[in-house]
Design a protein around this ligand. Structure first.
Ligand code: ADP
Ligand code: GLC
Length: 487
């Protein structure tokens, strides 16, 4: 099939979270199954890293969105290591900003332009998509554009759209006065009328209403988004579309995240020899300027520091737990100042036990996965989550809240039966988190002798799991076939 994949971020060009990883790995896995996949994303300033070459495809396309005139050009480069073309929408006025997402007052325009540009690119290169695969609110207008402004073009006569919801917590809700600047002013009657009259335009909801099929990134989250607790106001709309809503667990890029062959870590290791992991622990602690002791467990965190991620629970739980257990904690993350300040103050209070690195660093993320003994993800909600899967693969048992994709990938360790790959707490409250952490520390025990053997069993259970994308592609193909005419 011909698949046009549209996303607001994609690794290695630009990434803020898991969407970036998925937008690179899923197209690769689809292409490996013989599909002709093309990706479209914005050319943010950060995309121009040294050593990257881009070929000009065409320039000076003019879009008139409402009264606003936007000019963009298009460049092309393959996903590194593949021949899959990525088309970059270059419009410095909109995309050259310090961060990928902004709170600037033209945020609606930035991603309306991405959505328009994706279909304009297909026209220019005469690519006839069977599927346009949109991702999250930033591309939520694409399905409606296909049904309205681009419906005249026979190129798209057999095109169907899929919208994947990676996170319903971000919907792209704007004041209705921006309607004209979506370029869909003439299609105003297609927007959700009650919301429009109440003064809002919701990009994600628009996608939910008009995509031919909807997917989200784990089976549990697909059920959760249909409930008031997790639907963030869209639950009723999703229930109405239940027959075309599918939960497909994300995979991980098993080449990029492989402890046996990871250029970002110094010491390779595997389930049959953990020596390298211990050495990575030493490197990690040295890097973070914390003392090393084989028996002292190191808890790792790599995360966007956002409300979703559940760190509120840590505020009262972690200080006591650290004081009592002597465990060490290594945190890499940035985001809301409230959480940054919390971890910074924790590091000041426990200078020999806690290190906090407020940055975005891929190499350090890999080193933390490899060098920690356990990994903490207390997410309030988690559509899928990739870090718990990286942790499993790196023999770093995750401690997680039972929600979304965490519930689908992590199961509680049972030493008697020899089953389970991590530690899971049911209730999102302080007792829950304390329970999860205590379970992990108790299982770690002395870190030696029989305790060590038990820990190895747990690590191996995780490392045996198969989380590659190859296992997920059939599910996407089924969704594509379900909606594509004549397939
Ligand atoms: P989300 O997409 O909600 O942030 P995921 O677990 O799906 O959560 O994906 C997060 C991705 O972003 C992982 O690849 C993780 O390693 C990466 N990441 C998050 N914060 C950082 C950071 N500060 N430095 C490097 N990588 C990070
Ligand atoms: C979102 C979710 C995360 C998911 C990622 C990729 O950012 O928060 O759970 O893994 O998208 O689908």
């Amino acid at each position: 099939m011909n698949v046009l994949f549209v996303a607001s971020e994609m690794t290695p060009f630009a990434k803020s979270g898991g969407l970036g990883d998925v937008a690179s790995a899923l197209p690769k896995a689809l292409a490996a199954c013989g599909h002709d996949v093309r990706v479209v994303m914005p050319m943010y300033a950060r995309v121009h890293a040294p050593g990257r070459d881009f070929e000009a495809v065409f320039d000076d396309v003019v879009l008139i969105l409402g009264g606003t005139r936007i000019t963009f050009s298009v460049f092309e480069a393959p996903i590194p290591g593949t021949s899959i073309p990525v088309y970059f929408v270059r419009c410095p006025r909109l995309f050259d900003r310090p961060s990928i997402y902004t709170t600037d007052n033209d945020e609606h325009l930035r991603f309306a332009v991405l959505s328009w540009a994706s279909l304009v690119i297909a026209q220019h290169i005469a690519f006839r998509p069977d599927i346009v695969h949109a991702n999250d609110w930033q591309t939520g207008l694409v399905p409606l554009l296909l049904r309205t402004m681009f419906a005249w073009d026979r190129l798209f006569s057999a095109t169907r759209s899929v919208l994947t919801i990676h996170n319903i917590g971000y919907q792209g809700v704007f004041d209705a006065h921006i309607l004209a600047e979506t370029g869909l002013g003439d299609a105003a009657h297609h927007f959700h009328q009650e919301q429009l009259h109440a003064g809002h335009i919701n990009y994600l909801l628009t996608g939910v209403l008009y995509a031919n099929a909807l997917t989200t990134v784990s089976p549990t989250y697909a059920r959760e988004v249909q409930t008031a607790e997790h639907g963030a106001g869209l639950e009723a709309f999703l229930r109405q579309r239940e027959d075309v809503l599918f939960g497909i667990l994300n995979g991980i890029d098993e080449v990029e995240w492989n402890p046996e062959d990871d250029p970002k870590i110094l010491h390779a290791y595997s389930a049959s020899n953990f020596d390298g992991k211990e050495k990575n622990k030493q490197v990690l602690l040295e890097t973070m300027q914390l003392p090393y002791a084989e028996r002292v467990p190191v808890i790792g965190v790599v995360s966007r520091l956002a409300w979703q991620k559940g760190f509120d629970l840590c505020v009262s739980v972690l200080p006591k737990l650290l004081a009592r257990s002597g465990a060490e904690l290594v945190v890499l993350g940035m985001g809301e100042p409230k959480y940054e300040n919390f971890f910074a103050s924790l590091a000041r209070r426990f200078p020999k036990q806690v290190a906090f690195n407020k940055s975005f660093s891929e190499p350090l993320a890999h080193l933390i996965e490899a060098g920690s003994d356990m990994f903490l993800m207390p997410s309030r909600y988690e559509p899928c989550g990739l870090n718990q899967m990286y942790s499993l693969r790196y023999g770093t048992p995750p401690i997680v809240h039972h929600t979304g994709g965490l519930a689908d990938t992590v199961s509680p360790f049972d030493a008697q039966r020899g089953t389970g790959n991590g530690f899971v707490f049911e209730h999102f409250d302080e007792d829950g988190l304390r329970f999860g952490l205590n379970q992990a520390l108790r299982t770690w025990g002395s870190g030696d002798g029989e305790d060590r053997e038990r820990w190895r069993m747990l690590q191996r259970n995780g490392m045996r799991g198969r989380f590659g994308w190859d296992r997920r592609i059939t599910a996407y193909e089924q969704v594509y076939r379900l909606i594509a005419p004549g397939r």
